[in-house]
Design a protein around this ligand. Structure first.
Ligand code: SF4
Length: 262
């Protein structure tokens, strides 16, 4: 009885996203923005601020590779005139190059081709997909956010998205973790057991680049892209459930931005 009363008093709590943005959707730090007008002097060591090497200065202009950023906030604390947190969770991209912000003209030029190639491949998914998740050396944070996708707030089943234990039933492979070498064979085997068409989504900075473990002898160089072809990159450490959901929608070929407005 108390559960029924509680349910009635709470009303419908399920998100309307992607039809409508929820007010709480952008309440977390999801990436770091760069002040594009800033021109660094030679004696400013901006690259040295970052523990993962995500900051690069090219011709005085700082850029951040979100695929390496663990959202530690060090650059935002030390140089707030250049770096600031963004709460826009739609950070997933269809190419590794598009994770570098501000993006270059060359990388954004490729986006239309990437979107149409992916849309052609996944047309047979229709309006529903089954996801298989593999942990390749995660710290567990991405798993919490993925698990939240099935709770009453995110309720991804309403969008035709389900989870499966069998790779043979799966359309989309979600991979988390820094790419532990001990998991490489299992990851490849899972991928090969999936029927075509199939899409691989790297979830989290660790999966994209190895994160803070990128120099470890225990992980594959370059994150899980060193083992499998990756179609969608979801940065964040960890990305929020909305950020992961946006990446899954991109993987389904649903016409979302995919990097055009970074
Ligand atoms: S917030 Fe990201 S870019 Fe900034 S110092 Fe930390 S890891 Fe590097």
């Amino acid at each position: 009885m108390p559960w029924i009363l509680r349910g009635l008093s709470n009303g419908v709590i399920t998100s309307k996203y992607p039809k409508k943005m929820d007010s709480y959707g952008d309440s977390h730090h999801s990436s770091v923005k760069v002040q594009t007008e800033y021109l660094a002097s030679r004696d400013t060591d901006l690259e040295g601020l970052c523990p993962t090497g995500a900051i690069r200065v090219e011709l005085g202009r700082p850029r951040i590779d979100l695929g390496q950023c663990i959202l530690c906030g060090r650059c935002v604390d030390r140089a707030p005139e250049i770096f600031s947190f963004s709460t826009d969770f739609e950070t997933a991209r269809l190419s590794r190059d598009l994770l570098v912000v501000p993006p270059s003209a060359e990388s954004t030029g490729e986006l239309a081709n990437l979107k149409s190639a992916l849309a052609d491949r996944v047309r047979r998914f229709g309006n529903s997909v089954a996801l298989r998740h593999i942990d390749c050396g995660s710290d567990g944070s991405e798993e919490w956010e993925i698990a939240a996708l099935t709770n009453p707030v995110y309720d991804v089943q309403r969008l035709g998205i389900t989870f499966t234990a069998s790779p043979r039933h799966a359309d989309i492979l979600l991979v988390t973790g820094a790419g532990a070498k001990g998991m490489s064979d299992s990851l490849k085997e899972t991928y090969h057991q999936m029927a075509e068409p199939k899409v691989v989504v790297a979830v989290g900075t660790d999966a994209i680049s190895g994160g803070t473990h990128s120099n470890s002898a225990a992980v594959v160089a370059g994150g899980i892209e060193g083992v499998l072809p990756v179609d969608v990159f979801v940065p964040g450490s960890p990305p929020s459930p909305f950020g992961i959901l946006y990446g899954i929608l991109l993987a389904m070929g649903i016409a979302l931005d995919g990097g055009a407005s970074t």
